[in-house]
Structures are given as C-alpha cells and as structure tokens.
Design a protein around this ligand. Structure first.
Ligand SMILES: [Zn+2]
Ligand SMILES: [Zn+2]
Length: 288
C-alpha cells in the first residue's frame, strides 16, 4: 500500500537545530541574518526555496509571501499567484531533476507541519538513487528560473470527459468530482478531482486550479466540523509514485492523535475505525 521514503538528511532538522525566529519563512522572506536558505525565486507575492532538509534530492517549497496558516486566509489573487508558482515549481523540478514522479503536498495543523506558515511541498521521486548535492541542484534551479516568468507555455490538452470515477459509490458532487476514498487512509478521507480528464497539474488554468483548491478548502472545513482532527494533509501523487492515478486526484486526509499502532508500522496496514457509510452520512450535509 505505501512504501518507505528514507530521508536521512531530515535527521538534523528533526534533531532540533532550529533558529530562534517566530516564523522561519517570514524570516527568510525578510532576509533575516539568523536564517539561511537556498532561495530559487521570489516576487512580491510568493517565494520558492529549496528544502535544505529534503525528503528527496530537489525537494522545493512554494509559499505565499504573506504569513497565513490556512489556505482560506488567502485572497483569490494571492491564491491564484501561489498556485501559479506551484505549477511553475512543478515544471522546474521536472525540467531540472527529471524525476519519475512527484508528490505535491500541504500539511496543516499538527499533521506534519513544523512551520505554520502555509507552504506547498514539491517532492520529486526517483526509481534510481540520486545524489543530494544541494549546491549543484541549487545552481541548476537558478539557471532555469525563467519558468517563473510570465508567458511560459503551459501544457495544453484537448479537454475530454471520462468515466474514471463512474464506479465510485460515495459521491458528494460531480463538478468537480468529490467523493469518499474507497481505500481511506483515515476516516473522513475525501478525494477531489476535476470533472474533465486531467493528468498533470500544469494542464489546469490558474482559474481552474483555484476553483479546485477552493473545493479542497471547503472539504477541509467540513472535515474539521465533523471530525475535529489535529491536522489535515492535502496531497497529490503525480507520475510513477505509489497510489498515483491517471486522472488527477487531490486527497484530503484528516489526522488524529494518537493514531499509529503496530498494524501500521509492522503490517503496513491502516486500521480505519469507521465504515464508508458512516463517513458519508456525516459529511454529506456539508458537501452536497
Ligand atoms: Zn510566516
Ligand atoms: Zn478521467
């Protein structure tokens, strides 16, 4: 079901060498001398940096310049700008690192977010081992920042309808397609997909991406009302990575505390203590 991503470079970070600033990302934005980073690109609205404690070589982060903790705090303009940088960030990672696949993710609350300033993680995945030579990767990234400038071509595909989700039973709505995951990672795991057949995030126009993410925000708020989780993970799997799909899916997974047990660690098996009927019944009044 899920594989293990071994990220030894994160040990130093987890071990606690953190600068004493109230928000690391605001400090980076303000060029605070107490912090350093490998910055890739910025404008007045957003910032793109390398994660210097990466999950995998070439892991980057996109953040809105303004300190917000939840996606719904962003104005539409700020949101579109951040999502545009996310799309361009994915293009940059694909171009420079040529990964086999990648994950796009957002951790909210106590669900893996050690920095509360909203940020999007772009994590490349490789079949073969890739050396984490950050200095060299940073140079490559800096040579390709033209992807962030206006006018870079997007992948334009003919839109087509599809029947990818026709088998789903627990459907809240159809445009965008919102349904309960049939293989939930946790109770209340909801999936959002564009109604038209889209495989890659860069096929979405900025407005389409915004509309989709607004639905994500709505799902997130509904999950918070129904389940009161300690945090929420938002994630997209692209290309050849575990659980990726040919039709773009945004997963919204609530996290509860405590939740890990021996079945997860030893058995690679999540134990979900609620039926899909129960989850659907709880969420439907907020999501239909
Ligand atoms: Zn901040
Ligand atoms: Zn499809």
């Amino acid at each position: 079901m899920y594989d293990v991503l071994f990220a030894p470079s994160r040990g130093k970070y987890a071990g606690g060498e953190k600068p004493k600033v109230s928000c690391l990302f605001c400090a980076i934005r303000d060029h605070d001398p107490r912090v350093w980073t490998r910055e890739i690109y910025r404008d007045e609205g957003a910032l793109v940096i390398m994660n210097i404690f990466p999950y995998s070589p070439g892991h980057i982060q996109v953040l809105p310049s303004r300190h917000v903790e939840e996606p719904e705090e962003l104005s539409d303009d700020e949101f579109i700008h951040a999502l545009d940088f996310v799309q361009r960030g994915i293009l940059l990672v694909k171009k420079v690192m040529k990964p086999d696949g990648l994950h796009l993710g957002v951790n909210l609350g106590k669900a893996g977010a050690s920095i509360q300033h909203l940020h999007f993680q772009i994590v490349p995945r490789y079949k073969k081992a890739v050396e984490d030579d950050q200095e060299r990767i940073h140079k490559w990234y800096l040579k390709n920042t033209d992807v962030f400038k206006k006018g870079t071509l997007r992948k334009k595909k003919k839109t087509r309808s599809c029947r990818c989700f026709s088998q789903q039973r627990y459907v809240f709505k159809k445009d965008p397609f919102v349904y309960l995951s049939p293989n939930p990672y946790n109770r209340g795991h909801v999936v959002i997909s564009p109604a038209k057949h889209v495989t890659d995030i860069e096929e979405l126009s900025p407005q389409e991406f915004l509309d989709l993410f607004k639905e994500v925000t709505k799902v997130k708020k509904s999950i918070e009302r129904v389940y009161n989780p300690v945090g929420i993970n938002i994630g997209v799997n692209i290309g050849e990575v575990p659980n990726s799909s040919n039709h773009l899916q945004i997963h919204v997974v609530p996290r509860y505390d405590p939740e890990s047990g021996f079945m997860e660690v030893i058995g690679n098996t999540r134990v979900v203590v609620e039926s899909l009927d129960q989850s659907f019944g709880k969420l439907i009044r907020y999501l239909s």
